[in-house]
Write a protein that binds this ligand. Structure first.
Ligand code: ZN
Length: 449
């Protein structure tokens, strides 16, 4: 900044002294000398129409100023350096918005791009980092199911229409929720930033430092399997990895970026890095009885099985690399989870199947998102069993959205944002998140009361 200001003052002085001469130079535009910001110190003195890359800036002829004109770093910076700096400034700003302060400062400290501008942004970011406060409010966890992409097909009066209207969220609703959640102050957060893992193997709540006014938010999506019963009802049919290595959706045979939560949220965070704490995304909770992510890895054969496994593995890898987590949602989603009657043997058998049939393809997880939102207390032997299998984050469903800790595990209650809650819990949703009437899809068969 200092160097740039000096340069600008010098140029102004020079132009004042040589105003007439400068005015006579063909194409010389005095208005292009801006006393206020940015940017490239070389720009103002550049005769219009000339190639900045090859021509050193022309000095207007006339009496020389009192100062030595040449600033060493001033003229004709290599455009590649300028471009690298612009990129570093933008990336550092985005990283800091997402609370990755050290990474942002490291980028700006690179001597290859450092100048007054990078110094100024580094100072701004360091001040933001110094202003962080420990978060001590409630940690909320919202969840969805696969999004309804085509309400006309989902709500066509078929056998599943009523269920979709209760327990699903439409794409338009989800898209409308994101800026409202961000405006309320929420930032997506990963459980590993909420959990402190101690040397003795115990866990305890971590101290989460956030910008003043910001709040952590965990987001999950259940049953990301694209079950057979949903086929033809206006949902995506599977997740895929696109040509750029990003997770996309397949809808009616076309690869899209707005067919479900994953690409929509990825794109939103790319444009709004402040909505994600250190790159966090969400959690995809999967069962296994019809495979995962739209790949029928548990009941295919031959080459179809090989292809399905390769597809699911590629999606899992790309998800994990981009900040997503995968959770077990049980293998069977059997109704004995619904009434909580699942026995130890049934739970063992179910968990074994997830671990032997899914884990080799999509990887292990410490997250258990209970089917039907089933609750288990820490004292339950079935809870101990899940803990022994490596699941130390257990997420049932409750309006209370409580987060309770033992020294080995955490239970975090989730809240569904779907047709049912938007119709029946309007006040609570408005108090916690946003006004449901601002997002409620008029294509739903049931109007908002
Ligand atoms: Zn489920």
């Amino acid at each position: 900044m200092k160097n740039w200001k000096k340069s600008a003052i010098f140029l102004l002085l020079l132009l004042t002294l040589t105003g007439c001469a400068a005015g006579m130079l063909p194409g010389f535009d005095r208005l292009s000398v801006e006393p206020e910001p940015p940017a490239r110190p070389t720009a103002p003195a550049q005769p219009a129409g000339e190639d900045a890359a090859q021509t050193p800036p022309a000095e207007p002829e006339g009496p020389a100023g009192p100062e030595e004109p040449a600033e060493p770093e001033q003229p004709a910076e290599d455009p590649a350096v300028t471009a690298a700096r612009e990129a570093a400034l933008a990336e550092a700003r985005a990283l800091a918005d997402g609370c990755s302060y050290d990474e942002a400062l490291a980028l700006l400290a690179d001597p290859a791009v450092a100048n007054g501008e990078t110094e100024a942004l580094a100072a701004e970011i360091a001040a933001e980092q110094a202003a962080l406060v420990p978060y001590d409010g409630p940690v909320r966890h919202i969840f969805f199911h696969s999004l309804i992409v085509d309400p006309a097909r989902a709500f066509d009066g078929g056998a599943s229409s009523e269920g979709y209207d209760m327990w699903m969220t439409t794409r338009d609703e989800f898209v409308a929720m994101l800026p409202l959640l961000e405006a309320r102050g929420y930032m997506l957060v990963d459980y590993e930033d909420l959990i402190q893992r101690n040397d003795d193997g115990t866990i305890s709540p971590a101290t989460l430092l956030l910008p003043p006014g910001r709040m952590p938010l965990v987001l999950s999506v259940d049953d990301v399997c694209y079950y057979d019963y949903m086929a033809g009802d206006g949902f995506a049919t599977r997740l895929v990895v696109d040509a750029d290595g990003r997770v996309a959706t397949e809808v009616d045979g076309q690869v899209t970026r707005d067919g479900d939560v994953v690409p929509i949220l990825d794109d939103y965070v790319a444009a709004h890095p402040g909505f994600s704490y250190r790159g966090a995304r969400g959690i995809l909770a999967v069962t296994g009885y019809e495979g995962v992510f739209g790949y029928r890895i548990t009941h295919s054969e031959g080459q179809a099985l090989v292809d399905a496994k390769a597809g699911a593995a590629a999606v899992s890898e790309a998800l994990r690399a981009s900040g997503w987590r995968i959770a077990s949602h049980s293998y069977t989603h059997n109704s004995y989870f619904q009434d909580g009657s699942v026995t130890m043997d049934e739970l063992r058998s179910d968990t074994d199947r997830w671990r032997t049939r899914l884990e080799p393809v999509i990887g292990a997880t410490n997250l258990y998102i209970s089917p039907f939102g089933m609750h288990l207390p820490f004292s339950d032997e079935r809870f101990d069993y899940l803990l022994s299998q490596g699941y130390d984050v257990y997420c049932p469903v409750s309006m209370a959205q409580g987060m309770t800790w033992s020294d080995r595990a955490v239970i975090h209650e989730r809240f569904n944002l779907d047709g049912y809650t938007m119709r029946n819990r309007q006040e609570e949703i408005a108090a916690w998140f946003f006004d449901p009437s601002a997002v409620y899809d008029p294509a739903r068969p049931t109007p908002l009361p």
